[in-house]
Design a protein around this ligand. Structure first.
Ligand code: PBG
Length: 318
C-alpha cells in the first residue's frame, strides 16, 4: 500500500492534554513519526484539548481525584475529538487508560517504554525506610498509599495533587516530608536530575499497570494512520502491556482500586508480577508467574482471577 503522508497543507492532527508531561509525550510522538517518514514538524499539528478532568481538577484542587469522577475523566473529550475528526491520533499515558476503548476507536500502537519505577521524592530523606515514625507523605495514588501503609503503618498519608512544581513547593513548605512520582514522567520532562528523586526498586514498590508507557489511539476505520503508526510501534512494550492490562481487566480495576503489575520479557518468556492491596494497606496479595510470550494476556487474565478469588468480596472496601 502506498501511504498518503501528511504535509503542511494537510497535517496529521495530534490530540493531547495540555499538561507539560502530556505535551512532551505528544512532541515525542510527532518527532518519531517525522523521523520515520522524513517529514518536517510542520506536517503535524499539536491540538491541545481541555478535558473535564483538567477543569474539575483545577477547580477542586484539594479534593481527591477519585471523588471528582471515574476513569475516562481525562480522555472523553479527546476521544470525542478523534471520533468527530477534529484530531487524527491521540497520545495517552497508558497508565491512565481504561482497558476498553469506545466503539470505533483502536489503541494498539505503543512507544518504547520509559523507566517503569516510582521515585521517592524528598528534599532531605532518601527512602521509605528512612522516614521518621509518624511522618507525613503526600500522594493521590491509592496504589502508592496502600503500598506505603502496608510497609509503614505508622505513616500518615495526605492528598497531594498538581504538577511536579506544585508538589515540590508543598514539600518545601513542609506540608509533607516526601511524595512519589513516576520516574518516566520525570525523565520525559528532563527533570530526573533537578528533582530530589530516588528510584524505588520494583521489588519494593510494584508499579501501576502500564506505568511509563505511551499509547497512541486512532479511529479504527483510519487505515492510512494505522499504517503510519506501525512504523513507530514497539512490539515488546505491547506484549508487556497485554499481560498487565489483562490482569487489570480481570480484576475489573478502576483508578479506585490499589492494583500493581509488571511484566518483563527475558529468555523467550514473559514474567508477570501482580499485586492487589486493601486500600488501608492492611493486607497485600501477590502472585508471580511466567509463560510463553504470546500467552501474556491469558497469563494476566488468570492471575487477575486467581487474586480476585483469593481476595474475596469486600477486599477493596477498606
Ligand atoms: N496519573 C498521572 C500520571 N500518569 C502518568 C504519569 C507518569 C508517566 C507514566 O507513568 O507514564 C503520571 C504522574 C505520576 O504518576 O507521577
Amino acid at each position: 500500500m502506498t501511504l498518503t503522508l501528511p504535509s503542511p497543507a494537510s497535517p496529521l492532527k495530534i490530540g493531547t492534554r495540555g499538561s507539560p508531561l502530556a505535551l512532551a509525550q505528544a512532541y515525542e510522538t510527532r518527532d518519531r513519526l517525522a523521523r520515520a517518514f522524513e517529514l518536517e514538524p510542520t506536517a503535524f499539528d499539536i491540538v491541545v484539548i481541555k478535558t473535564t478532568g483538567d477543569n474539575r481538577a483545577m477547580i477542586d484542587a484539594d479534593r481527591p481525584l477519585k471523588e471528582i469522577g471515574n476513569k475516562g475523566l481525562f480522555t472523553k473529550e479527546i476521544e470525542d475529538a478523534l471520533l468527530s475528526g477534529g484530531i487524527d491520533i491521540a497520545v495517552h499515558s497508558m497508565k491512565d487508560m481504561p482497558t476498553l476503548q469506545p466503539e470505533g476507536l483502536t489503541l494498539d500502537c505503543y512507544l518504547p517504554r520509559e523507566d517503569v519505577r516510582d521515585a521517592f521524592v524528598s528534599p532531605g530523606i532518601h527512602s521509605i525506610a528512612d522516614l521518621p515514625e509518624g511522618a507525613v507523605v503526600g500522594t493521590s495514588s491509592l496504589r502508592r498509599r496502600a503500598q506505603l501503609l502496608h510497609r509503614r503503618p505508622d505513616l500518615q498519608v495526605v492528598e497531594f495533587r498538581g504538577n511536579v512544581q506544585t508538589r515540590l513547593q508543598k514539600l518545601e513548605n513542609g506540608v509533607a516530608s516526601a511524595t512519589f512520582l513516576a520516574m518516566a514522567g520525570l525523565r520525559r520532562l528532563d527533570m530526573a536530575e533537578a528533582v530530589p528523586a530516588t528510584p524505588i526498586s520494583v521489588d519494593d514498590m510494584l508499579p501501576a499497570v502500564a506505568q511509563g508507557a505511551i499509547g497512541i489511539e486512532r479511529r479504527s476505520s483510519d487505515i492510512t494512520t494505522a499504517a503510519m503508526l506501525e512504523a513507530i510501534h514497539h512490539a515488546e512494550t505491547s506484549l508487556r502491556l497485554a499481560a498487565e492490562r489483562a490482569f487489570l481487566a480481570a480484576l475489573d480495576g478502576s483508578c479506585e482500586t490499589p492494583i500493581a503489575a509488571l511484566a518483563d520479557l527475558s529468555g523467550g518468556t514473559i514474567q508477570l508480577r501482580g499485586q492487589i492491596l486493601r486500600p488501608d494497606g492492611s493486607e497485600a496479595l501477590s502472585d508471580e508467574q511466567d509463560g510463553a510470550i504470546e500467552d501474556g494476556a491469558e497469563l494476566g487474565r488468570q492471575m487477575g482471577e486467581t487474586l480476585r478469588a483469593r481476595a474475596g468480596a469486600g477486599f477493596f472496601a477498606h
